[in-house]
Ligand binder design. Structure first.
Ligand code: 9MR
Length: 388
Protein backbone atom coordinates (compact mmCIF):
# COMPACT_ATOMS: atom_id res chain seq x y z
CA UNK A 1 0.00 0.00 0.00
CA UNK A 2 1.41 3.32 -1.02
CA UNK A 3 1.73 6.14 1.48
CA UNK A 4 -0.01 9.38 0.63
CA UNK A 5 3.34 11.03 -0.12
CA UNK A 6 4.33 8.23 -2.48
CA UNK A 7 0.99 8.45 -4.18
CA UNK A 8 1.45 12.16 -4.61
CA UNK A 9 4.94 11.72 -6.03
CA UNK A 10 3.70 9.15 -8.53
CA UNK A 11 1.20 11.63 -9.89
CA UNK A 12 3.68 14.44 -9.68
CA UNK A 13 3.98 15.30 -13.33
CA UNK A 14 0.76 16.64 -14.68
CA UNK A 15 -0.35 15.71 -18.15
CA UNK A 16 0.90 19.10 -19.30
CA UNK A 17 4.24 18.50 -17.62
CA UNK A 18 4.39 21.79 -15.71
CA UNK A 19 6.52 22.19 -12.64
CA UNK A 20 4.32 23.25 -9.78
CA UNK A 21 5.22 25.27 -6.79
CA UNK A 22 5.42 24.13 -3.22
CA UNK A 23 8.11 23.02 -0.85
CA UNK A 24 8.06 19.81 -2.85
CA UNK A 25 7.72 21.42 -6.24
CA UNK A 26 5.99 18.57 -7.97
CA UNK A 27 3.23 17.79 -5.53
CA UNK A 28 0.02 18.03 -7.42
CA UNK A 29 -2.45 15.50 -6.21
CA UNK A 30 -5.19 16.17 -3.75
CA UNK A 31 -6.39 12.76 -2.80
CA UNK A 32 -9.61 13.12 -0.84
CA UNK A 33 -9.73 10.77 2.07
CA UNK A 34 -12.11 7.84 1.96
CA UNK A 35 -15.68 8.86 2.60
CA UNK A 36 -14.77 12.51 2.29
CA UNK A 37 -15.71 13.16 -1.27
CA UNK A 38 -19.38 12.26 -1.38
CA UNK A 39 -21.48 15.39 -1.84
CA UNK A 40 -23.75 14.45 1.04
CA UNK A 41 -20.76 14.34 3.34
CA UNK A 42 -19.81 17.98 3.30
CA UNK A 43 -22.35 19.43 5.69
CA UNK A 44 -22.56 19.37 9.47
CA UNK A 45 -19.78 17.10 10.74
CA UNK A 46 -18.38 16.97 7.18
CA UNK A 47 -18.09 20.76 6.85
CA UNK A 48 -14.85 22.70 6.71
CA UNK A 49 -15.60 24.34 10.03
CA UNK A 50 -16.31 21.03 11.79
CA UNK A 51 -13.03 19.55 10.55
CA UNK A 52 -11.17 22.73 11.50
CA UNK A 53 -12.75 22.88 14.96
CA UNK A 54 -11.54 19.38 15.76
CA UNK A 55 -8.00 20.74 15.53
CA UNK A 56 -8.63 24.04 17.30
CA UNK A 57 -8.75 25.95 14.00
CA UNK A 58 -11.19 28.46 12.55
CA UNK A 59 -12.30 28.06 8.92
CA UNK A 60 -13.19 31.32 7.26
CA UNK A 61 -13.97 33.19 4.08
CA UNK A 62 -14.16 36.73 2.79
CA UNK A 63 -17.72 37.81 2.07
CA UNK A 64 -19.25 40.11 -0.53
CA UNK A 65 -22.43 41.84 0.53
CA UNK A 66 -23.89 41.71 -3.00
CA UNK A 67 -24.07 37.91 -3.24
CA UNK A 68 -24.89 37.59 0.45
CA UNK A 69 -28.07 39.59 -0.21
CA UNK A 70 -29.02 38.19 -3.57
CA UNK A 71 -27.91 34.56 -3.75
CA UNK A 72 -29.48 31.98 -1.49
CA UNK A 73 -26.86 29.38 -2.37
CA UNK A 74 -24.10 31.78 -1.32
CA UNK A 75 -25.68 32.39 2.04
CA UNK A 76 -26.40 28.71 2.64
CA UNK A 77 -22.90 27.49 1.78
CA UNK A 78 -21.31 30.21 3.87
CA UNK A 79 -23.40 29.36 6.91
CA UNK A 80 -22.81 25.63 6.47
CA UNK A 81 -19.07 25.72 5.96
CA UNK A 82 -17.51 28.59 7.87
CA UNK A 83 -17.25 29.89 11.41
CA UNK A 84 -15.27 33.03 10.60
CA UNK A 85 -16.08 35.75 8.08
CA UNK A 86 -14.40 38.93 6.92
CA UNK A 87 -15.85 41.66 4.72
CA UNK A 88 -14.08 41.65 1.37
CA UNK A 89 -14.82 45.37 1.06
CA UNK A 90 -17.41 46.59 3.58
CA UNK A 91 -15.19 47.50 6.54
CA UNK A 92 -12.57 49.42 4.58
CA UNK A 93 -12.08 53.13 5.08
CA UNK A 94 -13.49 54.29 1.73
CA UNK A 95 -16.68 52.22 1.73
CA UNK A 96 -17.39 53.30 5.33
CA UNK A 97 -16.74 56.99 4.69
CA UNK A 98 -18.89 58.56 1.95
CA UNK A 99 -17.94 62.05 3.21
CA UNK A 100 -15.40 63.32 5.77
CA UNK A 101 -18.15 63.73 8.36
CA UNK A 102 -20.33 60.69 7.77
CA UNK A 103 -20.14 56.93 8.18
CA UNK A 104 -22.13 54.35 6.22
CA UNK A 105 -22.47 51.19 8.26
CA UNK A 106 -25.23 49.42 6.36
CA UNK A 107 -23.08 46.69 4.78
CA UNK A 108 -20.76 46.13 7.72
CA UNK A 109 -23.71 45.95 10.13
CA UNK A 110 -25.38 43.39 7.90
CA UNK A 111 -22.28 41.22 7.81
CA UNK A 112 -21.92 41.33 11.60
CA UNK A 113 -25.64 40.53 12.04
CA UNK A 114 -25.35 37.58 9.63
CA UNK A 115 -22.36 36.26 11.56
CA UNK A 116 -24.16 36.62 14.89
CA UNK A 117 -27.21 34.86 13.53
CA UNK A 118 -25.09 31.91 12.43
CA UNK A 119 -22.71 31.74 15.37
CA UNK A 120 -19.71 32.89 13.33
CA UNK A 121 -16.81 35.05 14.39
CA UNK A 122 -15.83 38.14 12.41
CA UNK A 123 -12.50 39.57 11.32
CA UNK A 124 -12.35 43.32 10.81
CA UNK A 125 -10.51 44.33 7.64
CA UNK A 126 -9.12 46.97 7.89
CA UNK A 127 -8.53 50.30 9.59
CA UNK A 128 -5.41 51.60 7.84
CA UNK A 129 -4.43 50.80 4.26
CA UNK A 130 -3.06 52.71 1.29
CA UNK A 131 -5.92 51.47 -0.91
CA UNK A 132 -9.73 51.76 -0.71
CA UNK A 133 -9.47 55.38 0.37
CA UNK A 134 -12.39 57.66 -0.50
CA UNK A 135 -12.32 60.25 -3.26
CA UNK A 136 -12.30 63.07 -0.71
CA UNK A 137 -9.17 61.79 1.03
CA UNK A 138 -6.51 63.52 -1.07
CA UNK A 139 -8.10 66.95 -0.90
CA UNK A 140 -9.19 66.76 2.75
CA UNK A 141 -6.54 64.90 4.74
CA UNK A 142 -3.47 66.99 5.56
CA UNK A 143 -0.41 66.72 7.80
CA UNK A 144 -2.33 68.83 10.31
CA UNK A 145 -5.46 66.69 10.57
CA UNK A 146 -4.29 63.18 9.53
CA UNK A 147 -3.73 61.87 13.07
CA UNK A 148 -7.14 63.10 14.13
CA UNK A 149 -8.89 61.61 11.10
CA UNK A 150 -7.16 58.25 11.49
CA UNK A 151 -7.77 57.94 15.22
CA UNK A 152 -11.38 59.11 15.00
CA UNK A 153 -11.97 56.55 12.28
CA UNK A 154 -10.53 53.72 14.36
CA UNK A 155 -12.39 54.80 17.50
CA UNK A 156 -15.71 55.13 15.70
CA UNK A 157 -15.58 51.91 13.68
CA UNK A 158 -13.76 49.85 16.30
CA UNK A 159 -16.08 51.16 18.98
CA UNK A 160 -19.20 50.28 17.01
CA UNK A 161 -18.20 46.63 16.71
CA UNK A 162 -16.41 46.38 20.05
CA UNK A 163 -16.61 42.86 21.46
CA UNK A 164 -17.95 41.47 18.17
CA UNK A 165 -14.68 41.16 16.28
CA UNK A 166 -12.31 38.22 16.70
CA UNK A 167 -9.41 40.15 15.14
CA UNK A 168 -8.86 43.48 13.43
CA UNK A 169 -6.40 44.04 10.61
CA UNK A 170 -5.28 47.33 12.11
CA UNK A 171 -2.69 48.07 9.46
CA UNK A 172 -2.67 46.34 6.10
CA UNK A 173 0.30 46.03 3.72
CA UNK A 174 2.61 48.63 5.28
CA UNK A 175 5.74 47.19 3.66
CA UNK A 176 6.84 47.89 0.12
CA UNK A 177 10.55 47.24 -0.22
CA UNK A 178 10.73 48.82 -3.67
CA UNK A 179 9.83 52.20 -2.19
CA UNK A 180 13.49 52.26 -1.22
CA UNK A 181 13.43 52.99 2.50
CA UNK A 182 15.92 51.02 4.64
CA UNK A 183 13.09 49.85 6.93
CA UNK A 184 11.02 48.75 3.92
CA UNK A 185 8.04 50.88 4.94
CA UNK A 186 5.64 51.72 2.14
CA UNK A 187 5.34 55.41 1.30
CA UNK A 188 1.59 55.20 1.74
CA UNK A 189 -0.59 58.28 2.17
CA UNK A 190 -0.75 57.62 5.92
CA UNK A 191 3.03 57.32 6.08
CA UNK A 192 3.55 60.53 4.12
CA UNK A 193 1.07 62.45 6.26
CA UNK A 194 1.94 61.17 9.74
CA UNK A 195 5.36 59.50 9.45
CA UNK A 196 6.38 55.98 10.49
CA UNK A 197 4.73 56.42 13.87
CA UNK A 198 1.33 56.12 12.20
CA UNK A 199 1.62 52.40 12.91
CA UNK A 200 2.07 52.69 16.69
CA UNK A 201 -0.71 55.23 16.81
CA UNK A 202 -3.06 52.93 14.90
CA UNK A 203 -2.43 49.93 17.20
CA UNK A 204 -2.75 51.94 20.42
CA UNK A 205 -5.97 53.50 19.17
CA UNK A 206 -7.36 50.14 18.07
CA UNK A 207 -6.75 48.67 21.52
CA UNK A 208 -8.56 51.62 23.03
CA UNK A 209 -11.48 51.16 20.63
CA UNK A 210 -11.84 47.41 21.15
CA UNK A 211 -9.84 45.72 23.90
CA UNK A 212 -11.26 42.30 22.96
CA UNK A 213 -10.11 42.00 19.33
CA UNK A 214 -6.76 40.45 18.44
CA UNK A 215 -4.87 43.27 16.75
CA UNK A 216 -3.34 41.96 13.57
CA UNK A 217 -0.75 43.11 11.05
CA UNK A 218 -1.73 41.76 7.62
CA UNK A 219 0.71 41.40 4.70
CA UNK A 220 1.09 39.79 1.27
CA UNK A 221 4.11 38.68 -0.75
CA UNK A 222 5.74 36.95 2.23
CA UNK A 223 5.00 33.38 1.21
CA UNK A 224 7.66 32.25 -1.25
CA UNK A 225 11.27 31.18 -1.02
CA UNK A 226 12.59 33.85 -3.34
CA UNK A 227 14.45 37.12 -3.01
CA UNK A 228 11.41 39.39 -3.04
CA UNK A 229 9.61 37.39 -0.34
CA UNK A 230 12.81 37.05 1.71
CA UNK A 231 13.24 40.81 1.78
CA UNK A 232 9.60 41.47 2.55
CA UNK A 233 9.52 38.88 5.32
CA UNK A 234 12.63 40.42 6.89
CA UNK A 235 11.10 43.90 6.74
CA UNK A 236 7.80 42.61 8.14
CA UNK A 237 9.51 40.91 11.07
CA UNK A 238 11.63 44.00 11.72
CA UNK A 239 8.49 46.12 11.76
CA UNK A 240 6.74 43.77 14.16
CA UNK A 241 9.79 43.77 16.43
CA UNK A 242 9.95 47.55 16.38
CA UNK A 243 6.25 47.81 17.19
CA UNK A 244 6.51 45.31 20.03
CA UNK A 245 9.60 47.06 21.44
CA UNK A 246 7.73 50.36 21.35
CA UNK A 247 4.92 48.79 23.36
CA UNK A 248 2.40 48.79 20.51
CA UNK A 249 -0.31 46.17 21.11
CA UNK A 250 0.11 43.77 18.19
CA UNK A 251 -1.36 40.29 18.77
CA UNK A 252 -1.26 38.52 15.43
CA UNK A 253 0.29 38.31 11.99
CA UNK A 254 -1.93 37.78 8.96
CA UNK A 255 -0.26 36.02 6.04
CA UNK A 256 -2.52 36.81 3.10
CA UNK A 257 -1.48 33.82 0.97
CA UNK A 258 -2.49 34.77 -2.56
CA UNK A 259 -0.66 31.90 -4.23
CA UNK A 260 0.03 30.95 -7.84
CA UNK A 261 -0.71 27.40 -9.00
CA UNK A 262 2.35 27.51 -11.23
CA UNK A 263 5.43 29.42 -10.21
CA UNK A 264 9.18 29.30 -10.60
CA UNK A 265 9.40 29.80 -6.82
CA UNK A 266 8.62 27.31 -4.09
CA UNK A 267 7.47 27.82 -0.53
CA UNK A 268 8.35 26.12 2.72
CA UNK A 269 11.44 27.20 4.60
CA UNK A 270 10.75 30.93 4.61
CA UNK A 271 7.14 30.45 5.63
CA UNK A 272 8.04 28.11 8.46
CA UNK A 273 10.68 30.52 9.73
CA UNK A 274 8.27 33.43 9.48
CA UNK A 275 5.62 31.63 11.52
CA UNK A 276 8.14 30.52 14.13
CA UNK A 277 9.54 34.07 14.42
CA UNK A 278 6.03 35.47 14.84
CA UNK A 279 5.34 32.83 17.47
CA UNK A 280 8.57 33.75 19.31
CA UNK A 281 7.25 37.29 19.47
CA UNK A 282 4.08 36.03 21.12
CA UNK A 283 1.90 36.49 18.04
CA UNK A 284 -0.87 34.27 16.74
CA UNK A 285 -0.81 33.67 12.99
CA UNK A 286 -3.74 33.65 10.59
CA UNK A 287 -3.87 32.68 6.93
CA UNK A 288 -6.12 35.56 5.95
CA UNK A 289 -6.72 35.60 2.19
CA UNK A 290 -5.83 32.23 0.68
CA UNK A 291 -6.53 31.55 -2.97
CA UNK A 292 -4.63 29.70 -5.68
CA UNK A 293 -4.61 31.41 -9.07
CA UNK A 294 -4.65 28.78 -11.82
CA UNK A 295 -4.00 31.30 -14.62
CA UNK A 296 -0.55 29.82 -15.26
CA UNK A 297 -1.78 26.28 -15.90
CA UNK A 298 -1.66 25.73 -19.65
CA UNK A 299 -4.08 22.80 -19.45
CA UNK A 300 -7.67 23.78 -20.28
CA UNK A 301 -9.42 20.81 -18.74
CA UNK A 302 -11.18 22.08 -15.60
CA UNK A 303 -10.80 18.84 -13.64
CA UNK A 304 -7.09 18.77 -14.30
CA UNK A 305 -6.69 22.41 -13.29
CA UNK A 306 -8.69 21.77 -10.14
CA UNK A 307 -6.48 18.84 -9.29
CA UNK A 308 -3.38 20.98 -9.57
CA UNK A 309 -4.92 23.83 -7.57
CA UNK A 310 -5.96 21.34 -4.88
CA UNK A 311 -2.44 19.98 -4.68
CA UNK A 312 -1.11 23.47 -4.02
CA UNK A 313 -3.78 24.05 -1.36
CA UNK A 314 -2.76 20.85 0.34
CA UNK A 315 0.94 21.54 0.18
CA UNK A 316 0.55 25.12 1.37
CA UNK A 317 -1.77 24.24 4.23
CA UNK A 318 0.34 21.26 5.28
CA UNK A 319 3.28 23.65 5.53
CA UNK A 320 1.61 26.40 7.55
CA UNK A 321 -0.63 24.25 9.75
CA UNK A 322 2.35 22.31 11.04
CA UNK A 323 2.86 25.19 13.44
CA UNK A 324 0.41 25.49 16.29
CA UNK A 325 0.63 29.29 16.26
CA UNK A 326 -1.58 29.20 13.16
CA UNK A 327 -5.15 29.50 14.39
CA UNK A 328 -7.29 30.32 11.37
CA UNK A 329 -7.48 29.74 7.64
CA UNK A 330 -9.61 32.08 5.54
CA UNK A 331 -9.93 31.92 1.79
CA UNK A 332 -10.51 35.16 -0.10
CA UNK A 333 -14.04 34.28 -1.05
CA UNK A 334 -15.19 30.68 -1.30
CA UNK A 335 -16.82 30.33 -4.71
CA UNK A 336 -15.20 30.82 -8.11
CA UNK A 337 -18.39 32.69 -9.01
CA UNK A 338 -17.16 35.62 -6.91
CA UNK A 339 -13.42 35.99 -6.83
CA UNK A 340 -11.44 39.20 -7.16
CA UNK A 341 -9.13 37.30 -9.53
CA UNK A 342 -11.86 37.24 -12.18
CA UNK A 343 -12.59 40.93 -11.61
CA UNK A 344 -9.94 42.31 -13.95
CA UNK A 345 -7.75 40.68 -16.55
CA UNK A 346 -4.63 41.80 -14.70
CA UNK A 347 -4.77 38.61 -12.64
CA UNK A 348 -5.23 36.49 -15.73
CA UNK A 349 -2.27 37.67 -17.76
CA UNK A 350 -1.44 34.30 -19.30
CA UNK A 351 -5.00 33.35 -20.16
CA UNK A 352 -7.21 36.45 -20.10
CA UNK A 353 -9.84 34.50 -22.04
CA UNK A 354 -10.35 32.07 -19.16
CA UNK A 355 -12.08 32.43 -15.79
CA UNK A 356 -9.90 31.29 -12.90
CA UNK A 357 -10.88 28.52 -10.47
CA UNK A 358 -9.00 29.44 -7.28
CA UNK A 359 -11.46 28.61 -4.48
CA UNK A 360 -13.01 25.64 -2.59
CA UNK A 361 -16.35 25.89 -4.46
CA UNK A 362 -16.88 26.24 -8.18
CA UNK A 363 -19.10 28.86 -9.80
CA UNK A 364 -22.15 26.63 -9.25
CA UNK A 365 -21.42 26.09 -5.56
CA UNK A 366 -20.15 22.56 -6.00
CA UNK A 367 -17.17 21.70 -3.79
CA UNK A 368 -13.97 21.52 -5.81
CA UNK A 369 -10.98 19.35 -5.09
CA UNK A 370 -9.55 22.34 -3.24
CA UNK A 371 -12.39 21.97 -0.74
CA UNK A 372 -11.33 18.41 0.04
CA UNK A 373 -7.68 19.38 0.09
CA UNK A 374 -8.44 22.08 2.67
CA UNK A 375 -10.52 19.70 4.73
CA UNK A 376 -7.90 16.93 4.60
CA UNK A 377 -5.21 19.44 5.58
CA UNK A 378 -7.27 20.30 8.65
CA UNK A 379 -7.53 16.61 9.51
CA UNK A 380 -3.80 16.09 9.20
CA UNK A 381 -2.89 19.21 11.18
CA UNK A 382 -1.74 18.84 14.77
CA UNK A 383 -4.30 19.88 17.36
CA UNK A 384 -3.84 23.26 18.92
CA UNK A 385 -5.31 25.60 21.42
CA UNK A 386 -8.00 27.68 19.71
CA UNK A 387 -7.42 31.37 18.89
CA UNK A 388 -7.40 33.47 22.04
O1 9MR B 1 -10.87 41.54 -3.21
C1 9MR B 1 -10.96 42.92 -2.90
C2 9MR B 1 -11.57 43.66 -4.06
O2 9MR B 1 -12.89 43.22 -4.30
C3 9MR B 1 -11.56 45.15 -3.77
O3 9MR B 1 -12.00 45.87 -4.92
C4 9MR B 1 -10.16 45.62 -3.39
C5 9MR B 1 -10.18 47.07 -2.94
O4 9MR B 1 -11.01 47.26 -1.84
O5 9MR B 1 -9.64 44.84 -2.33
C6 9MR B 1 -9.59 43.45 -2.60
O6 9MR B 1 -9.10 42.78 -1.46
C7 9MR B 1 -7.72 42.94 -1.15
C8 9MR B 1 -7.60 42.96 0.34
O7 9MR B 1 -8.43 43.95 0.90
C9 9MR B 1 -6.17 43.17 0.78
N1 9MR B 1 -5.30 42.19 0.17
C10 9MR B 1 -5.41 42.04 -1.26
C11 9MR B 1 -6.86 41.79 -1.66
C12 9MR B 1 -6.98 41.56 -3.14
O8 9MR B 1 -6.60 42.71 -3.83
Amino acid sequence: MMTRREWIKRGALTSCGVALMGSHPLQVMAEPKKGGSADGGIQGPGSLKAHAQRRGLLAGSAVGLGPLRSEGAYKTALAQQYDLVVGEVCMKFGPLRPTPDTFMFTDADELVAFAEQHGMKVRGHNFVWHEALPGWFASTVTKENARKIMTEHILTVGGRYKGKIQSWDVVNEAINVSDGRPDGLRKSPWFELIGPEYLELAYHTARQADPYAKLTYNEYGIEYDNEASDKKRAATLALLKRLKAAGAPVDALGIQSHIQAVSSSTFGKGLRELIESAHQMGLEVYVTELDVNDDGIPEDDAAERDRIVAGVYRDYLDTVLQHQAVKAVLTWGFTDRHTWLNGTKSHRKKRPDRQVRPLPFDADYRPTQAFFAERDAFDEAPSRQAAG
